[in-house]
Design a protein around this ligand. Structure first.
Ligand SMILES: NC(=O)c1ccc[n+]([C@@H]2O[C@H](COP(=O)([O-])OP(=O)(O)OC[C@H]3O[C@@H](n4cnc5c(N)ncnc54)[C@H](OP(=O)(O)O)[C@@H]3O)[C@@H](O)[C@H]2O)c1
Length: 308
C-alpha cells in the first residue's frame, strides 16, 4: 500500500504511521515542516491554509488520510478560532484541489479513497440521548467547523473517490491529548469530576482509532461519516472514577465549571459539555473494538510507552 498522510506528526498520525510502517506500507507525509518527519517516510512541504496539496505527494497513492488541524486545546480567541476552522476547512479544500489537479491536468490514477478526520463535536453538546451517524449537526462553533471540514472532504466524491469522514471521540493515549492533560492532577490525588460530571465523554483508545482508520482505507463498504468512539461512552464522573481506580488514587475533588470558564473561556465547553456518541455504523459493518470497556482501555493506555 502507498499512503499519504497529513497531520502525521500529531498524536493520531504518529501512531497511524507506526502501524503502517510495521506493515511495510510506503508512507508519504504532507507537513508544514517536513524536516520533523520520522525516518522511513517520504516527506513533502505543504502549507494547508495557503496552497493546493502538491500532486507529487498524491499521485499513484492507494489512500490519503487527512488528519491536519490546529489544536483545539487552547484558549479560543477570534484569531485562534479562525485558525482552528480554516486549518481544517481550507486545508481540506486545498487537499481536494490537489486531487482535482491530478485528475484534470495529469490524467493520472487518483487514490481510490480519502479518509478524513472529523470529530464528535459535529453533534454539539447533548444530554444523555444516544447519537448515531444520522443525528443532526449541532449549532456551536465546533459543530460548524466539523460540518465545513466534512463538506470539503465530501467534495472528493465528485472525482470518484470514496470518502470516509471519521468523527473522532476523545482519544485515550498516554502520549498526548485529554488523558495526558488529566494525568498530573489525578496522579497527585487532586483530580475529580468536572462541572458536576454528568456530561458524557465519548472516548476511544488510540489503538482502536488507528485500527478503524486502517479498516476504513481497506474496506470498500466504509463510506461517509463514521463515529470513531468506543461502544460505551461514559459520564465525566465515571471517567474520573475509572482514572482514579487505574492510578489507585482518590478522584473526588470536584472541578467547578465556572473556574474552567474563567481559565479557558469558551474552550471550557469541551470539558463542561458532552455528547453520548455511539459507533453505530462501525458495529453494523462488523468492526470489533480491541478496547470496548473504559477500565481496560485506561489500563492499556497508561501502560503504553510514552512517545519519544
Ligand atoms: N486527539 C483527539 O482526542 C481528537 C479528538 C477528535 C478529533 N481529533 C482530530 O483528529 C486529528 C488528529 O488529531 P491529533 O490529536 O493527532 O492532533 P494533533 O496532535 O494536534 O496533530 C495535528 C497535526 O496537524 C498539523 N497542524 C497543526 N496545526 C496546524 C495548522 N494551524 N494548520 C495546518 N496543520 C496543522 C500538524 O502537523 P504538521 O506540523 O506536520 O503540519 C499536527 O501534527 C485532528 O484534526 C483533530 O482535530 C482528535
Amino acid at each position: 500500500m502507498r499512503v499519504t498522510v497529513t497531520g502525521a506528526s500529531g498524536l493520531v498520525g504518529s501512531a497511524l504511521l507506526a502501524s503502517m510502517l510495521a506493515r511495510d506500507f510506503e508512507v508519504t507525509v504532507l507537513s508544514r515542516d517536513p524536516r520533523r518527519a520520522v525516518a522511513g517516510v517520504d516527506a513533502f512541504a505543504w502549507q494547508p491554509g495557503h496552497e493546493p496539496a502538491p500532486v507529487e505527494a498524491l499521485s499513484g497513492r492507494d489512500a490519503i488520510v487527512n488528519l491536519a488541524g490546529e489544536s483545539i486545546a487552547q484558549r479560543w480567541t477570534e484569531a485562534t478560532k479562525r485558525k482552528i476552522h480554516d486549518s481544517r476547512a481550507v486545508g481540506t479544500r486545498h487537499l481536494v484541489q490537489g486531487l482535482r489537479t491530478l485528475a484534470e491536468d495529469r490524467a493520472e490514477a487518483l487514490p481510490p479513497v480519502l479518509v478524513s478526520a472529523s470529530a464528535v463535536g459535529y453533534y454539539g453538546p447533548h444530554g444523555d440521548e444516544p447519537l448515531d451517524e444520522e443525528a443532526p449537526a449541532g449549532m456551536d462553533f465546533l459543530a460548524q467547523t466539523c460540518q465545513a471540514w466534512e463538506a470539503q472532504a465530501q467534495a472528493a466524491t465528485s472525482l470518484g473517490i470514496r470518502v470516509v469522514q471519521i468523527r473522532i471521540g476523545v482519544v485515550l493515549a498516554r502520549a498526548g491529548g485529554a488523558l495526558a492533560q488529566m494525568l498530573p492532577p489525578f496522579r497527585i490525588g487532586i483530580g475529580g469530576p468536572v462541572a458536576g460530571g454528568r456530561q458524557f465523554v465519548s472516548w476511544i483508545h488510540l489503538d482502536d482509532l488507528v485500527g478503524l482508520i486502517n479498516v476504513a482505507i481497506e474496506d470498500q463498504d466504509w463510506s461517509g461519516p463514521v463515529n470513531a468512539t468506543a461502544p460505551e461512552p461514559v459520564t465525566n464522573r465515571d471517567l474520573a472514577h475509572a482514572l482514579g481506580r487505574a492510578l489507585r488514587r482518590p478522584a473526588v475533588v470536584p472541578v467547578p465549571g465556572f473556574a474552567l470558564r474563567l481559565l479557558y473561556g469558551e474552550m471550557s465547553q469541551l470539558l463542561t459539555t458532552g455528547a453520548r456518541v455511539l459507533p453505530a455504523k462501525a458495529l453494523v459493518l462488523g468492526h470489533r473494538f480491541g478496547h470496548p470497556q473504559l477500565d481496560g482501555a485506561l489500563q492499556s493506555a497508561l501502560s503504553a510507552e510514552p512517545r519519544p
